[in-house]
Design a protein around this ligand. Structure first.
Ligand code: HEC
Length: 103
């Protein structure tokens, strides 16, 4: 009887440990836009270029909408084949980190 009790409490401890690991993973989760940004090597150019750099009026970023547009242009230019929602995530990440538009 005691033996079974011990197995039970051990498995509960393991279960709790697993849950703990899961929640720590969730809280450390990165912005989906950062993951896409890193995976698509955007920094290969933008580490040196930075952002808010373009002298080209077509690429001038003044709000969230034009930010998403320029991310699309860069993505198309590189033939990355990103989906619209992925563009949205990247634009949101860049806005949080660099542009800070509230409109
Ligand atoms: C091959 C180099 C290169 C890569 C890789 C690249 N970019 Fe760009 N990006 C540029 C250049 C050059 C410009 C400025 C273009 C211009 O002036 O017409 C630019 C402009 C931009 C702008 C507008 C910049 C501004 O003035 O505020 C954004 C936003 C942007 N890129 C996002 C991205 C994202 C997101 C990725 C990854 C998916 C990416 N870029 C990958 C070269 C690159």
């Amino acid at each position: 009887m005691n033996y079974f009790k011990r197995i039970k409490s051990t498995s509960i401890a393991i279960l709790l440990l697993g849950l703990g690991l899961m929640t720590s993973e969730v809280s450390a989760e990165e912005h989906p836009g950062k993951v896409l940004f890193d995976d698509n090597n955007c920094m290969q150019c933008h580490a040196g270029l930075g952002f808010k750099i373009s002298p080209n009026p077509k690429m001038t970023v003044t709000d969230k909408a034009s930010l998403a547009k320029t991310v699309t242009l860069c993505s198309n230019n590189l033939h990355l084949g990103l989906f619209d929602d992925e563009i949205g995530h990247i634009a949101d990440y860049l806005n949080q980190k660099y542009y800070k538009f509230d409109h």
